[in-house]
Ligand binder design. Structure first.
Ligand SMILES: [Zn+2]
Length: 290
């Protein structure tokens, strides 16, 4: 079922809501909280097509493809009305600023879901990862394991994010971050497929969708850390995003001087060969939490 929910009265804005099936369990999948993060929007639109043909075998599936429609139209992270980061605006307020009203509406539309998967894009040189407060909220760890995305990153838990506020109200909620495409509105096909496969695997496991669930290894990591440049210059990577590095291994060189891995780690992002400024990161890395 498709309906449109009006969010604001002075600048009327409508959020498309697609709901398939009824009752519990219920899963909500959200895209476009950041308007220029199109992989999640694309996955949501494919989910709508899928469930229009194949209604859920049990429970209900709610899909919100574009939670921040004006930001999407402007192909910006935030909309131009108040320029607030929507994913710092949850739980929002019905009487708040434009973005706070959007956040409030999304919070309401997802309130009776058992699980929420919120889809986002990260930088195009990164690997995909799942972001969750998995140690404090064990249900999110179970959900993350179903996504088959190798890197599960521990979130700092900053409030105002949909998945954090949803966890606080007892839901299993997390983010999938996928590298974006090479320009505004561009889709990275590989990472979008990875996100789609992960969501579908979770849907299969929970019985919404037919087929066998597969289980690949998911590594639980601490928060994202960065190796930064100590001077301006030319960075040449020796590793690539998705590589594992041993402590002391060369990750690349800056002006010909090696920069070593500070720990046994997974390179979430290895910056490509670039001229960079002092203080910029050259490698974003993850250290195993267990
Ligand atoms: Zn985002």
């Amino acid at each position: 079922m498709h309906r449109q929910v009006q969010v604001n009265d002075m600048m009327p804005t409508y959020i498309d809501v697609y709901e398939f099936g009824s009752g519990s369990p219920k899963i909500a999948i959200t895209g476009g909280i950041h308007g220029n993060e199109v992989s999640g929007i694309h996955i949501c639109k494919k989910l709508v097509e899928y469930f229009e043909e194949n209604p859920p075998l049990k429970g209900s599936v709610v899909v919100l493809p574009i939670c921040n429609p004006i930001a999407f139209r402007q192909m910006e992270r935030a909309n131009s009305f108040d320029r607030k980061d929507m994913n710092r605006s949850f739980p929002g307020s019905a009487q708040g600023s434009y973005t706070e009203r959007l956040a409030h509406a999304v919070m309401e539309l997802t309130k009776d879901a058992d699980m929420i998967i919120d889809l986002h894009n990260c930088g195009q040189n990164s690997q995909s990862y799942t972001l969750a407060v998995y140690s404090e909220y064990p249900k999110t760890r179970k959900l993350a394991d179903l996504l088959n995305i190798p890197a599960l990153v521990h979130s700092g838990g900053a409030s105002g994010q949909l998945f954090i506020e949803a966890c606080k109200r007892g839901q299993a909620a997390l983010i999938i971050e996928m590298p974006n495409g090479p320009g505004p509105g561009a889709i990275n096909r590989q990472s979008t497929k990875q996100g789609w496969d992960g969501v579908m695997n979770a849907l299969r496991h929970e019985g919404f969708v037919s087929g066998d669930c597969i289980q690949n290894e998911v590594h639980a990591f601490g928060p994202i850390k960065h190796v930064t440049a100590a001077e301006n210059g030319l960075w040449k990577p020796a590793i690539k995003s998705g590589d594992w590095a041993k402590a002391g291994e060369t990750t690349g060189t800056l002006n010909g001087n090696p920069i070593l891995a500070p720990a046994d780690c997974y390179a979430l992002t290895a910056r490509p060969k670039s001229y960079i400024a002092c203080g910029e990161f050259v490698v974003a890395y993850l250290v195993k939490a267990e």
